[in-house]
Design a binder for this molecule. Structure first.
Ligand SMILES: Cc1cc2nc3c(=O)[nH]c(=O)nc-3n(C[C@H](O)[C@H](O)[C@H](O)COP(=O)(O)OP(=O)(O)OC[C@H]3O[C@@H](n4cnc5c(N)ncnc54)[C@H](O)[C@@H]3O)c2cc1C
Length: 428
């Protein structure tokens, strides 16, 4: 297998000087122990980050062969760092278990998703990193090290940004398998955002989509149920793939070349797809969706209490400044957690995702979102487009300086440094 040529969004290319694909932990340890001094190294998961998190200036490592999954008796699962989330979901389901939280897609590797703080939307369940009970990694000198549940470095290493070493295995907490009833509730925009604070408290999982230039939003909420699944997984997947791969891809192409059409097309999408719907599915299907069409993403996690003003601010900005946005704004939620570099560190959060297909307004949109959401303390998602410097990181993440100190202890020669980490932590 070759290294990935580019990331999922086709915005970055990977051209490492050297590529390695170890078959097991021992081979990986030997690789690091024998690597020339000063040769930088990064791991690439499934290259689903918009940011340059996985870009290597030297050796790039792929761990797709470290994908073993072992269920432990106490509800924990040991999973190889290179296993994909969809593989883990299938193995857990076969054993009557599930992850309590998932993001929108499941193509990511477990280690890649955990390392950037990948999250779903629930005030009752933290991000994927919060499920980490322990982990194993190979350090800069090729030594295999283990961080258990009580290790003082675990809160730093959970959302570790690839800075501590090469993760080889994670032990995650799981829950008994469960089904969810998903309800899609279209509401007038004003009503949707007024009701949002109570909806996120009332339902276990809630998210909101708003197509800019329309006056309606779509609330998704989910409740546990014992009812039988209503839509066969295959048919749902085919439907979504068809809509995302053909219909939405075509609409994005039109608005790319005729950006003035974006408001009209958004109204069309809203009228056709923002309909009341309800369905029952296993949790790992209800909480996830088929791959969306290629687009750009920026995301900021703001304090939960600022959700409504932030949504109003975004809408005001788009309308006042005439920015033509051809993709939904998404509001998702998460409880406070204790991983030092998690966007939800120490505070319940609204993860405000601002997305856009290729468009002449793309840079202006993201610059405006970043300026306004940073003013509310918005912390960037490490896997999405990232414009930041170390001072801003320290202002937004209270333990960023300590994180940098721990990284320097674990990796004194800066082997795992890359341009992404230097923008966050400064020079190694
Ligand atoms: C279509 C799409 C949907 C998405 N949906 C969501 C969502 O719902 N919620 C959300 O929060 N995010 C979402 N993301 C972002 C995505 O989850 C993150 O960018 C994630 O990090 C990608 O995982 P990956 O396996 O592709 O990792 P990569 O992008 O390949 O790598 C990410 C980082 O992890 C490091 N890494 C990977 N493996 C290891 C390892 N074994 N040891 C040490 N470091 C490692 C890499 O070096 C890099 O720094 C989405 C992205 C896409 C493209």
């Amino acid at each position: 297998m070759n290294p990935p040529a580019r990331n999922w969004a086709r915005t970055l290319s990977f051209a490492p000087r050297r590529w390695a694909r170890p078959g097991d932990e021992a081979e990986l340890c030997a690789l690091l122990a024998a690597a020339p001094a000063g040769e930088p190294l990064r791991v690439v998961g499934s290259a689903h980050s918009w940011s340059d998190a996985a870009v290597s200036e030297g050796l790039l490592v792929g761990l797709d062969q470290l994908n073993q999954i072992e269920l432990l008796p106490d509800g924990l699962v040991k999973v190889g760092a290179g296993a994909r989330l969809f593989e883990l979901n299938a193995a857990l389901d076969a054993a009557g278990r599930a992850l309590p939280i998932l993001g929108t897609v499941t193509a990511q590797t477990v280690a890649g998703a955990v390392s950037t703080g990948t999250h779903g939307s629930s005030l009752r369940h933290g991000n994927l990193a919060s499920l980490v009970h322990g982990l194993k990694l190979v350090d800069h000198a090729g030594r295999l090290r283990e961080l258990g549940q009580d290790d003082p470095d675990l809160p730093a290493a959970r959302v570790g940004l690839g800075a501590f070493g090469v993760l080889t295995e994670l032990t995650l907490k799981t829950v008994p398998a469960f089904r969810l009833q998903e309800v899609l509730l279209p509401l007038r925009w004003e009503e949707a955002i007024e009701r949002l604070p109570s909806l996120v408290e009332d339902f276990e999982y809630v998210k909101l989509w708003w197509m800019p230039h329309t006056d309606e939003a779509l609330v998704f909420h989910y409740t546990r149920t014992d009812a039988a699944p209503t839509v066969p997984a295959l048919s749902r997947n085919v439907d979504e793939k068809l809509i995302n791969g053909v219909v939405f891809t075509a609409l994005l192409a039109v608005s790319r070349f005729l950006p003035a059409m974006a408001p009209l097309l958004n109204r069309l999408v809203q009228a056709v797809y923002f309909r009341p719907q309800s369905r029952v599915a296993p949790s790992f299907e209800a909480l996830t969706a088929a791959m969306p069409p290629i687009h750009h993403e920026v995301e900021h996690s703001i304090p939960l209490v600022d959700t409504v003003p932030a949504l109003r601010e975004l809408r005001g900005m788009i309308e006042r400044e005439g920015i033509r946005v051809n993709f939904p704004v998404e509001a998702r939620f998460g409880p406070a957690d204790d991983a030092w570099m998690s966007p939800s560190f120490g505070r319940a959060s609204c993860h405000l995702g601002t997305y856009i297909g290729e468009s002449p307004d793309y840079k202006r949109y993201f610059a405006g979102c970043t300026e306004r959401l940073r003013a509310l303390g918005g912390r960037p998602h490490w896997g999405k487009e990232l414009h930041i410097d170390p001072d801003t990181v320290r202002r937004l993440y209270p333990r960023a300086a300590e994180f940098g100190d721990r990284v320097r202890t674990w990796d004194p020669t800066g082997r795992f440094s890359n341009p992404f980490l230097r923008r966050i932590l400064g020079p190694p």
